[in-house]
Design a protein around this ligand. Structure first.
Ligand code: HEC
Length: 165
């Protein structure tokens, strides 16, 4: 239940939630309708843009952002590059729009906390570069209609308990 970096599947045993406040109700909603699934009530307000592929940021901008994200998450970083990365974060990159000015994320948008050093896709420099360059498009299937409502409720309670250990 600790997540899987190759698929971007989150750790379900901590209290770091992409969507909602971690209540049984919010967990149940995610299981029912999924994330970026084809269901109408699926969670899919935003996704991580592909800043490099779309030519929105230069290679140097992305490298500086990587250093800033390393700093935000308490990892070794190049402080000079991080200063420049912070300017891109709060300016041209518009990262604050989704991840918030304090980088703690936004659970209405599914934008992860960049300060927690707990990663969907990996927190090493190359993984961070890939996230910013190519974007990310995490997917969770909807289970409504495939499992009973009782099973889905039971799963939500199980995950809630696992996250409060
Ligand atoms: C439109 C909203 C949006 C904007 C703007 C945005 N992000 Fe994201 N970002 C997301 C979402 C949503 C995810 C989670 C993707 C997923 O679940 O697949 C994400 C994921 C990430 C990740 C991967 C985190 C992990 O746990 O592996 C990094 C790193 C990241 N963003 C950095 C940035 C930076 C730096 C910027 C600015 C250049 C930025 N983001 C701008 C929405 C956004």
């Amino acid at each position: 239940m600790k997540g899987h970096i190759a698929t971007g599947a989150p750790n379900l045993t901590d209290q770091n939630w992409l969507y909602g406040d971690g209540s049984v109700f919010q967990i149940e909603r995610t299981i029912l309708y999924g994330i970026r699934s084809d269901r109408q009530k699926s969670r899919n307000i935003t996704e991580m843009p592909a800043y490099g592929l779309r030519g929105q940021l230069s290679d140097a901008d992305i490298r500086n952002l990587v250093q800033y994200v390393l700093q935000l998450s308490g990892q070794p970083n190049d402080a000079q590059a991080a200063i420049q990365g912070r300017a891109v974060y709060n300016g041209q990159g518009g990262c604050f729009d989704c991840h918030a000015a304090d980088a703690r994320g936004n659970s209405d948008y599914g934008a992860p906390d960049l300060t927690a050093n707990s990663w969907l896709y990996g927190g090493d420099p190359q993984s961070l570069y890939n996230s910013i360059y190519s974007g990310r498009h995490g997917m969770m299937p909807a289970w409504i209609g495939k499992l009973t409502l009782e099973q889905i409720r039971a799963l939500a309670v199980y995950i809630y308990v696992a996250s409060h250990h």
